[in-house]
Design a protein around this ligand. Structure first.
Ligand code: TRP
Length: 450
């Protein structure tokens, strides 16, 4: 008999694509990608990033989805089942623990930044009704970061909308949310790229993004690009494994995975093409923008544009929606695990995990103001959490997932889950997860550690 998930199932292939793309497309694409490109030499970074997506990211994405669909449970239990079934060491289930811990760490700061997007969307909404304009964007941004109470409240609001969706479950919560949020997101993005084109700087933006300056490629660029590839595809912490657990049997994993990877990459590049023309048109240096890039430069542009308030609302609304459909995917794996442990309803499980993440997020909030002097390895607390989660735990999780799928799993399971994949592609995929992806990830991990 076919196994199904106790948490519910996606009602169709499209529902999965929207949910997985919703998870993948987030702050990583619209906030992080542009400033990473900006800080790491534009085109040089983008090319390395694209290579990482298709050589490492897509194969690992396929691996995660197939593990999830075979096990049909939360990551830790799926992995435990699989180790039993294949006679592999139980220790592999540690991948699930890495995932849950990384998820809590990521959601803690993700929700803080999600709070910024809500705050900005709110500022523009108020402006529409006669509120004060953001006349000095640099000062507005600094003032927000300097105020721990304000930050904690927006962080709380963001966490509440996240938990609200997850508490409602897979079909009534996640699927329903993404099926109207994702189309809205694509529409907003296209409108903004359309505006970018009217500035006359689309060509210059494209040149900045796509003309590689090889002298800028360094070990650091590789570390940033691979870390970003994992982060943007939501890999390495079993999010995609969890979403795979709810995927109907008859859907092709490689094709669906490819759609998600291409859509995610497309959104990042489009976001770049929406943002950089505006940045350039308003005489801001596209290089070296840092995490504040879009929060400090775009409002300048929106001030000077006709209908800038509407565009501002659109942009930060877009960013909020993108962050929201991602944060639910950060909360879902831990919630599903708690439900399986028993004695808790989904509602209580989601609230508990969100509470833990909110509390931990206060560390990131304080690192922006009262505790900004606390620094280690040249990073503040928020930067350190990001370093541990994004640059260490995600690649490590991805490495172990690739090795487990490639070497420990019975070939019959792979063939059953990847039925319909052409033999050539199957072999290619298998060697990518067995050898190529692990070696590349290992090289990057060593680069971070040494
Ligand atoms: N991919 C999302 C983004 O680009 C963030 C995200 C959601 C994520 N779920 C994840 C990152 C799981 C790593 C792992 O913003």
């Amino acid at each position: 008999m076919e196994k199904t998930s106790i948490h519910g199932m996606w009602s169709s292939r499209l529902a999965f694509i929207l949910a997985a793309t919703g998870s993948a497309v987030g702050l990583g694409n619209i906030w992080r990608f542009p400033y990473l490109a900006s800080d790491n030499g534009g085109g040089a970074f983008v090319l390395v990033y694209l290579a990482c997506i298709f050589v490492v990211g897509l194969p690992v994405l396929i691996a995660e989805i197939l593990l999830g669909r075979h096990g049909r449970r939360s990551p830790i239990n799926t992995l435990l089942d699989l180790t039993r079934e294949t006679g592999a060491a139980k220790a592999w289930a540690g991948i699930g623990w890495i995932g849950i811990i990384a998820g809590v760490l990521i959601l803690s700061f993700y929700s803080v930044v999600g709070g910024w997007t809500l705050h900005y969307a709110w500022l523009y909404l108020m402006q529409l009704f006669g509120g004060a304009p953001i006349s000095d964007p640099g000062a507005t941004f600094s003032a927000l970061l300097a105020d721990p109470v304000e930050l904690s409240l927006w962080h709380a609001a963001f966490m509440l909308v996240t938990v609200g969706v997850v508490a409602l479950g897979v079909e009534k919560g996640l699927e329903r949310a993404v099926s109207f949020l994702m189309p809205a997101l694509f529409l907003m993005l296209l409108l903004l790229v359309g505006y970018g084109a009217t500035t006359g700087y689309l060509g210059q933006a494209a040149a900045f993004l796509f003309q590689p300056d090889w002298s800028k490629v360094s070990g650091g660029v590789f570390v940033a690009a691979l870390g970003q590839a994992f982060f943007t595809l939501s890999l390495g912490m079993c999010t995609m494994m969890t979403y795979g657990a709810y995927l109907p049997k008859n859907v092709s994993i490689p094709k669906t995975g490819a759609v998600v990877a291409v859509a995610d990459t497309g959104v990042a590049l489009l976001a770049g093409l929406a943002i950089f023309p505006i940045v350039i048109a308003f005489g801001i240096d596209p290089a070296g923008g840092g995490p504040g890039l879009i929060f400090t430069s775009l409002p300048l542009a929106f001030n000077a544009m006709s209908m800038g308030v509407v565009y501002g609302l659109l942009f930060f609304g877009l960013l909020f929606v993108a962050a929201w459909t991602s944060s639910i995917s950060l909360l879902e794996p831990a919630t599903a695990y708690m439900v399986e442990r028993g004695r808790t309803s989904r509602r209580k499980a989601a609230l508990t995990m969100a509470g833990v993440c909110w509390l931990l997020g206060l560390a990131s909030v304080l690192s922006l103001n009262l505790l900004s002097h606390v620094r280690l390895l040249d990073r503040d607390i928020m930067g350190l959490i990001e370093l541990v989660a994004n640059e260490l735990m995600l690649p490590l999780g991805g490495l172990l997932i690739a090795l487990f799928t490639g070497w420990a799993l019975k070939e019959s399971i792979l063939r059953e889950q990847l039925k319909g994949m052409s033999p050539v592609l199957f072999t290619l995929w298998r060697w990518l997860v067995r050898v190529i992806a692990p070696l590349l990830v290992l090289a990057v991990l060593l680069n971070v550690l040494l």
